[in-house]
Design a binder for this molecule. Structure first.
Ligand code: NAD
Length: 499
């Protein structure tokens, strides 16, 4: 059985491995590898290596740090196909989609190549008589990224690329369900010239996360995962005096106005609701047609589009999406479908019980469509995170703005319309962090910034872009005076005002 080890100080840890977790091939349901599950002692080794390496890395001038990022980018590009297959084999998303996962992370690496510009401070000459003020952005020191299973390349790179470019040592604690890609990224970083100890990987579950939250040498934690864990990580990390950003779950709505181009909407919704088997925090699992006529027309077009979707193994180039990540997750998604029916929604297309010939034990769930879902239902309020699209009918535009605004999650939302005024009003008023106007999955580009509102994010900075630079650095402000020898006779007992 293949063993996936930690990556500490430039190599595998080779530490005692009495606790291990299974890594499945979601296509077959078989265990394909085991991942070591670390503890406080393993973390201590990584922190020691990080502490030893970080001061020299922080003192390396920013353009030299950027050159490592440039080389890293080239290595990822050269290895794109192999990385995508590795990612797909543990996650279950189709290979083309796995490439998208890597590409989105690569774009953050590209952003981080510009770190000499992004990390520049501010300067005011003559802020007082003979006094200049300047600020610098210094690295936090040691930072950790705790990442979810659903983007095993993009999310470690959202965090890690910016953290190391700004002069930190970064430790990734990936999801134990698909841990291989972050290890490969650590190897590529080393090959690109990053010093040992600056990008490391420790594996584990709650035991490792708790050790991270309590470790006094770790200054910043970036977390992405489900909301209850995000809130736990945020609270416990902040209570220990750390800087924490913790992104949580989502239940994104797509509003369809009566004037929308429904053929385009159906094409967009199919990808946004069912791509990656719905296991995306920016998926669109709720569609809100405005008006009964819009709802009927949309439903009539959605049914054949959903029935035409091809579910297949993740290496099948014709498959629209592959299996979900684990057997437990498949059962959870199917339980939510049953619950939605019990709650009174209409099951229009039922994806439960899908069996793929030759892959009978794979974790496949067919595309599912539910209509007449209402905001009183648990299946509406909770994240299902599977290939399930729920229709929630609204009578008016006001109701359509209110639904996502009131929902516990506020990650992303989209509106489909030809009416610029309606779109503008919607974007201005909706209580959600990322908005798409005729764009179903409004994930901002790397030089902008990613983050939701309400229970989709705890903390006050977003991922990547200049927000990421702010998260991974602390500001130091220097007020300097170089006297010319004349003694200043001002009143030193009054707070200086420089007026
Ligand atoms: P998860 O919360 O189960 O796991 C995330 C991380 O937390 C993993 O590294 C895991 O090992 C760790 N963890 C799990 N249980 C823990 C516990 N009890 N104590 C401490 N740590 C624990 O999430 P997941 O299933 O891997 O990922 C899917 C979730 O992530 C979904 O809710 C999805 O919406 C969310 N997500 C959010 C964003 C965003 O930016 N808002 C992006 C991607 C995914």
């Amino acid at each position: 059985m293949r063993l996936i080890d930690h990556f500490i100080a430039g190599g595998t840890a080779g530490l005692p491995t009495d606790r291990r977790g299974p890594v499945y091939d979601p296509n077959t349901g078989a265990v394909q590898a085991e991942v070591v599950l670390g503890d406080a002692a393993v973390l201590e080794r990584a922190v020691a290596a990080a502490s030893a390496a970080q001061p020299a890395w922080a003192a390396t001038n920013p353009q030299r740090r950027a050159r490592v990022l440039f080389r890293f980018k080239e290595l990822i590009e050269a290895e794109m196909a192999a990385l995508a297959h590795l990612l797909s084999s543990e996650h279950g998303k189709v290979v083309a989609d796995a490439k998208g996962d890597i590409q989105r992370g690569l774009e953050v690496v590209e952003f981080a190549c510009g770190i000499p510009h992004a990390q520049k401070g501010e300067y005011t000459e003559g802020a007082g008589p003979g006094i200049d003020v300047y600020s610098t952005r210094q690295p936090i020191g040691i930072g950790v990224g705790i990442t979810p299973f659903n983007f095993p390349a993009m999310i470690p790179l959202w965090m890690g690329a910016v953290a190391v470019a700004t002069g930190n040592a970064f430790i990734c604690k990936p999801s134990e369900r698909d841990p291989s890609v972050p290890v490969r990224l650590a190897e590529l970083f080393l090959e690109a010239g990053l010093p040992e100890g600056i990008f490391q990987v420790v594996h584990g579950d709650k035991e490792m996360v708790d050790a991270i939250l309590d470790h006094p040498a770790i200054g910043a934690i970036s977390f992405v995962g489900s909301s209850d864990i995000a809130q736990y990580v945020y609270s416990r990390g902040a209570a220990a005096g750390k800087r924490v950003q913790a992104m949580g779950g989502a239940k994104n709505h797509g509003i369809v106005m009566p004037d929308a181009d429904l053929d385009q909407v159906v094409s967009d919704l199919a990808g946004a609701a069912f791509g990656s088997a719905g296991e995306r925090c920016m998926a669109l699992p709720i569609v809100v047609p405005v008006g009964a006529d819009t709802a009927e027309r949309l439903k009539a077009k959605l049914i054949p589009a959903i029935e035409a979707l091809k579910v297949g193994v993740s290496t099948d180039p014709d498959a629209h999406y592959g299996p979900v990540v684990t057997a437990q997750h498949k059962a959870r998604v199917e339980d939510w479908i049953a619950r939605a029916v019990e709650e009174g929604s209409e099951l229009v297309v039922d994806g439960r019980g899908l069996v793929l010939q030759g892959h009978e034990d794979g974790f496949f769930v067919g595309p599912t469509l539910l209509d007449h879902v209402t905001d009183t239902m648990e299946s509406y309020h909770n994240e299902i995170f599977g290939p399930v699209l729920q229709i929630v009918r609204a009578d008016t535009f006001e109701e359509a703005v209110a639904l996502p605004s009131r929902h516990q999650y506020g990650n992303g939302v989209a509106i489909f319309t030809r009416n610029g005024h309606a779109a503008r009003e919607f974007a201005r008023r909706v209580n959600v962090g990322m908005v798409g106007i005729n764009v179903p999955i409004p994930v901002p580009v790397a030089y902008h910034t990613f983050g939701g509102w309400k229970r989709s994010a705890f903390g006050d900075t977003n991922q990547h872009g200049l927000e990421g630079v702010r998260f991974w650095t602390k500001v130091k402000t220097i007020t300097q005076r170089w006297p010319d020898g004349t003694v200043d006779g001002g009143n030193a007992f009054v707070i200086p005002t420089m007026g």
